[in-house]
Write a protein that binds this ligand. Structure first.
Ligand SMILES: Cc1cc2nc3c(=O)[nH]c(=O)nc-3n(C[C@H](O)[C@H](O)[C@H](O)COP(=O)(O)OP(=O)(O)OC[C@H]3O[C@@H](n4cnc5c(N)ncnc54)[C@H](O)[C@@H]3O)c2cc1C
Ligand SMILES: *[C@@H]1O[C@H](CO)[C@@H](O)[C@H](O)[C@H]1NC(C)=O
Ligand SMILES: *[C@@H]1O[C@H](CO)[C@@H](O)[C@H](O)[C@H]1NC(C)=O
Ligand SMILES: *[C@@H]1O[C@H](CO)[C@@H](O)[C@H](O)[C@H]1NC(C)=O
Length: 249
């Protein structure tokens, strides 16, 4: 009697974990099929930005921007798939297929989140790593710049400084912090007392919502535009790029 009693919880755990593994393996396969059929004409381009655990580059990509070494362990939950989009449609495809197959999305820009929220989850998940979303277009005359989400603050300082030594962006003290987690999390740096937060100097953004709509400030409305500048980016959708106002120095 005693031994049966003891093995019941054991059986329960085994059965439950097997069915979980099976479910996540299926959703993972279905997710990959979904991605490749989302834009059949682009299937070759999206297939080049999908990394599964069997891919030899998977660990390198996953670890590339991890800043909190507590999450370097083998028992840290890993994404089923990492997608490194080259353009908007890759982001939209990943949203569509993750929703369809019940996978959570974690969004990563610079990977500096202290809790690992951009690349760790307790449920089956996919990472959208914006490492290739990196262009920075500086318009010196109008004192404006469009910055793609995956850029890091040091790159932004550098690109602005190339065009004008009188302008800079209100970035972080550290130059490796990602622009998106920084702005969407209410980040501030050394010019805080004079100019306030980075979020105070954002004038527009390109954003993808859960229904895959690409919205700028006008289309998303002032409430959402307010929320993504300090409310934590990943809570609302995916920011593709930010239009910022550099400040005089
Ligand atoms: C070494 C170091 C130095 C730091 N220095 C400063 C500093 O000087 N000033 C300061 O204010 N803070 C600083 N921080 C904190 C840092 O600003 C935050 O951790 C910030 O959120 C990191 O942004 P990230 O893009 O690098 O991080 P990530 O880990 O990539 O993302 C952080 C969060 O934002 C979400 N997110 C990322 N990209 C997007 C996107 N495109 N759309 C929607 N959501 C998104 C993620 O899902 C996650 O929840 C520092 C952190 C570190 C580790
Ligand atoms: C790993 O994935 C990348 C991107 O999808 C692909 O280009 C590469 O060929 C893959 N490598 C291997 C060894 O499967
Ligand atoms: C996305 O990129 C692929 C290849 O790089 C290209 O064929 C496709 O037209 C792009 N789509 C958009 C919406 O930019
Ligand atoms: C930078 O500021 C100095 C002094 O105000 C000015 O002479 C110079 O023209 C400015 N340069 C640019 C690129 O705006």
């Amino acid at each position: 009697m005693k031994s049966l009693y003891c093995s019941l919880p054991f059986l329960f755990v085994v059965v439950c974990s097997l069915s979980w593994v099976n479910a996540s393996a299926n959703s993972h396969e279905n997710f990959l099929d979904c991605l490749s059929s989302y834009h059949p004409q682009e299937s070759s381009s999206i297939s080049k930005v999908i990394y599964t655990e069997t891919n030899s580059s998977y660990s390198e990509i996953l670890e590339s921007s991890i800043q909190n070494y507590r999450f370097f362990t083998t028992n840290t939950p890993k994404p089923l798939v990492i997608v490194t989009p080259l353009n908007n449609s890759h982001v939209q495809a990943t949203i569509h297929c993750s929703k369809k197959h019940g996978l959570q999305i974690r969004i990563r820009s610079g990977g500096h989140n202290f809790e690992g929220l951009s690349y760790v989850s307790q449920v089956p998940f996919v990472v959208i790593d914006l490492v290739h979303f990196r262009s920075i277009d500086v318009d010196v005359e109008n004192e404006e710049a469009w910055i793609q989400s995956g850029a890091i603050t040091g790159e932004v300082y550098y690109r602005i400084n190339e065009r004008s030594t009188n302008l800079t962006f209100l970035g972080a003290v550290g130059h490796t912090v990602g622009i998106s987690g920084f702005i969407s999390g209410g980040g501030y740096g050394l010019l805080f007392q004079k100019y306030g937060l980075a979020a105070d100097n954002v004038i527009d953004a390109m954003f993808v919502d859960a229904n895959r709509r690409v919205l700028d400030r006008k289309l998303m409305g002032e409430d959402l535009f307010w929320a993504i500048r300090g409310g934590g980016g990943g809570s609302f959708g995916i920011v593709l790029s930010w239009k910022v106002k550099p400040v005089d120095v």
